[in-house]
Structure formats: C-alpha cells, structure tokens
Write a protein that binds this ligand. Structure first.
Ligand SMILES: [Ca+2]
Ligand SMILES: [Ca+2]
Length: 283
C-alpha cells in the first residue's frame, strides 16, 4: 500500500513540474507574441518616409501639373497652426483660396489680404497681381517653348493701344490687356513678333517665327515669379492651331477652362493674318 502511495506522489510531482514548465513556456511565448504586436511601437524611419511621400503625392495631385520650387507643405501647415482636419482644402481666412494654394503663393492662410492693400489674395491671383506685394505689382513672367527653342520674358501690357503694345513687344512677348492671367480660369492671350522691319528696335522681332512648328500635344511652359521668391510654373498642352483674320473672335473668346492663346502675324513677313495656337493647362 505504502509503495503505491509513494508512486502516486512521484507521479503527482512530475505532473506538477510539467504543469509548471508548461506555464513558464506558455508565458514566455505569450510575452513574445504580444511584444511583437505591440500597437504603440515606434514607426521605423522607412515607414515614416513612405508616409511623408504619400502626403507629398497627395499635394502634387492637387497642384495638377504645376511645379513648385520650395519644400514641404506639412511643416508649413504646422508653422501656421492649421487644423489637421481637411488641411489641404480648408480655407480658415475665408478668402476663397484653399490652404494648398496659399502655400504655393506664399500667402498667409490665416489672413485674407496678406499684403494689406485692400484686395484679397484670391482677387489678386485671379487678376494676375502679386498677392504678397502691396499695390498693382505683377509677377515676373516668362514663356518657354522647348520644341521651337523659345524662352522669352512676357510683358503685361497696360492698354490695347497699338503703339503701347508695339513698345511692349520690344521687351518680349506681350500679354493682352485684361485677358486672363496665365494659369487662371479664362483665356490668357499672348502675342509675339514673327517678323518685323529690319530697322525695328528690340531683341524679340522674330521670337514666334517658328510657332507654326507646334503641333497638338506640344508643351508651352509659363513661369511666374513673385516678389516673395515664389516661382509657379504652369504647363500647357497645345490643343488647336489655325490661321485666321486678325479680328476673328475665336482669338479672344472666353473659356471656362485655363486657356493660353499664342498669336503672331502670318505668313512670315506680313501682318495680313494671324497664326493662332490654343493650349490648355495640363491637370
Ligand atoms: Ca484661404
Ligand atoms: Ca492683397
């Protein structure tokens, strides 16, 4: 009888030991597994940079084809204490300009009239004025057309008087008075010489002589520089090309898109007709 008891005792000890060991193993496994799925562990640098890249992508999507030459919306949003909710599209100063455009133009997202000249940031941008320079200051603009080797300053004409416009064309291509600002909604009309009298003044007497070489899909780039150093680059794709009489109303016709119209005298050496290029902002 005693022998049976001592055997049972040994057996129970083994069971207890085994049970204890199992508990220890289970506990370690449980600890390891839970360590592995710890929800508050830090984001690795790689994961963080992917997250940043996604934010950047989102930002680029909103800009369409426009480029910017400076860094980093999220930091700017923090500096300006913008609420994280809907941060790109929100308009805390109510000037009609969403935050991401405030960022591009370098304006204050919490102040409707950044330069304090009585016109809101949105009004100034829509009308081609520099929103961060008080008064009637326009950004510096140049037009680049790689296909025909053109890079030329654009002059903002102050009237439709022919002599004024001819004077402007001595300094570059001319933006027709009161047409849309390039990149804004409407029809921005820009003219340049294809030819001129050989005694005419200026360095741009033949600047658009190869305009006829443009075809549908070719790119025209407009670069705008503000006083605050912001550079905004708009890309346009050629959508149409035609030759017509100078007073064809299609040249100045309003559009609901962001249209760029280039015009020059045609055929070369005459001013009887106009060669017209219509381009649309790439989105
Ligand atoms: Ca705003
Ligand atoms: Ca203003």
């Amino acid at each position: 009888m005693g022998e049976i008891f001592s055997k049972i005792k040994v057996y129970l000890k083994r069971v207890a030991l085994l049970g204890g060991l199992s508990l220890v193993v289970f506990s370690i496994a449980f600890f390891l597994v839970n360590l592995n799925i710890d929800p508050v562990r830090e984001i690795s640098p790689e994961a963080a940079s992917i997250k940043e890249a996604k934010t950047n992508e989102e930002f680029k999507k909103r800009l369409g084809s426009s480029d910017i030459t400076f860094a980093w919306f999220p930091d700017w949003a923090k500096i300006n204490q913008l609420a994280a909710d809907n941060v790109y599209d929100a308009d805390p100063d109510g000037d009609g300009l969403p935050n991401y455009w405030e960022y591009v133009y370098g304006t204050n997202p919490n102040l409707a009239d950044t330069d304090g000249d009585g016109f809101s940031d949105k009004q100034e941008i829509a009308n081609g004025y520099d929103p961060d320079a008080p008064g009637e200051v326009k950004p510096l603009v140049s037009v680049r057309i790689d296909k025909i080797g053109v890079e030329v300053p654009m002059v903002w004409s102050q009237s439709t008087d022919e002599n004024n416009m001819l004077a402007d064309l001595e300094k570059g291509v001319g933006h027709y008075y009161q047409t849309a600002s390039p990149g804004q909604i409407g029809n921005a009309v820009i003219s340049g010489h294809s030819s001129n009298y050989f005694w005419a003044k200026g360095d741009y007497n033949h600047i658009f002589k190869d305009l006829n070489g443009l075809e549908k899909g070719d790119t025209v780039t407009v670069k705008m520089m503000q006083k605050n150093g912001r550079i905004i680059i708009h890309h346009f794709n050629v959508a149409d090309k035609f030759v017509t009489v100078p007073d064809d109303e299609r040249i100045f016709a309003a559009t609901s898109g962001q249209t760029l119209t280039l015009t020059t005298c045609w055929p070369l050496g005459t001013n009887f007709k106009r060669l017209i290029i219509k381009a649309e902002l790439v989105k």
